[in-house]
Design a protein around this ligand. Structure first.
Ligand code: NAD
Length: 302
């Protein structure tokens, strides 16, 4: 069995981004700039945002973290996003989800300029993705595609089973895997909480992407011999023996599934790291798009 190692792949992706950033700065340009907004102090969100900021620094990007108390009004958040949309020194904006219940997530997502939407959640980017147009791809599915590419996983004509239909993971993943792309061209079955016979469907999967948020859900008896298994799940499970009082668990029962799979992502150390790699790639792309547009405007005016 091949361990699809997020540490190795994300390090390789980050190295390329870092080299590109060094050459940007050597050309006397400013580096790409990502702004993360964190509302409240949810433990998992704090960890994710801290990791995003740290990774930006590692590749030479500028990063800013804007914090708001969980009691802020929706208007304050929307006004801040508007300000960042208009700020030419900002390339990417991400608002860490989930938000407090008093703020409508959809309004916040739609307020971000599609050209700065490095999470790829804006309906314009989602629509472009469906139509196969250039778009910001949500970071987790993007990271998974980068991983499939790195390990040269043969996807063409394969049956991919995606479990979970969220807008940030399952649904865009099903679109990418079914698209006419180098690591796409799968026949995809998108499963969700109302799917009957899930086990039978999974047993037909050459590739399974588990993104449902139920620790250890995918068991050995649900997996075909030689299948490629991508575990997206991240759930904190209480464990008094762990230093932090919890352990991170994926949606796949790793030990038993590893006996049957031909390739498998670990949790932690798999898709989570690739999500950051996807986000960094999107931020660099946002920067490059902006610089290209600036250059085109300059040439038109001179
Ligand atoms: P979500 O809660 O928005 O969606 C879960 C999906 O799973 C739903 O579509 C639901 O229909 C489906 N589902 C739930 N129970 C099911 C069942 N018994 N059978 C079949 N389908 C079922 O979740 P999400 O935001 O897509 O996240 C899924 C998991 O991935 C979570 O554990 C989350 O923490 C994790 N996640 C990880 C990363 C990463 O970087 N690795 C990024 C995003 C999310």
């Amino acid at each position: 069995m091949i361990l699809l190692d997020g540490r190795v792949v994300s390090a390789a992706v980050k190295e390329i981004i870092k080299t590109e950033t060094i050459s940007i700065v050597a050309n006397n340009q400013r580096p790409p700039h990502l702004v993360a907004i964190l509302v409240g102090n949810n433990g998992a969100s704090e960890t994710y945002v801290a990791s995003k900021v740290k990774n930006c620094e590692e590749v030479g990007f500028q990063s800013s973290l804007i914090r708001f108390d969980s009691t802020i009004s929706e208007k304050i958040l929307l006004d801040k996003i508007k300000e960042l949309n208009e700020d030419n020194t900002v390339d990417g904006i991400l608002v860490q989800l989930p938000l407090p219940k008093t703020i409508a997530e959809s309004k916040v997502i739609e307020a971000i300029a599609p050209s700065k939407d490095v999470d790829g959640f804006h309906p314009i980017n989602a629509g472009k993705l469906v139509q196969g147009l250039p778009a910001f791809i949500p970071a987790t599915p993007y990271g998974i595609m980068l991983m499939l590419e790195y390990y040269k996983i043969d996807t063409k004509g394969k049956h991919a089973v995606v479990i979970g239909r969220s807008n940030i993971v399952g649904r865009p993943m099903s679109i990418l895997l079914s698209s006419n792309l180098p690591y796409g061209n799968c026949t995809v079955t998108l499963c969700h909480s109302h799917t009957p016979n899930l086990k039978e469907i999974c047993l037909q999967g050459d590739i399974i992407v588990a993104a449902l948020g139920k620790p250890g859900f995918v068991k050995e008896d649900m997996v075909k011999e030689g299948a490629v298994i991508i575990d997206v799940g991240i759930t904190r499970v209480e464990d008094a023996t762990a230093k932090k009082g919890f352990r991170i668990k994926g949606d796949v029962a790793f030990d038993e599934v590893s006996r049957k799979a031909s390739a498998l992502t670990p949790v932690p150390g798999g898709v989570g790291l690739m999500t950051i790699a996807g986000l960094l790639k999107n931020t660099l792309l946002a920067y490059q798009n902006k610089m290209k547009a600036k250059e085109e405007t300059y040439h038109k005016e001179h």
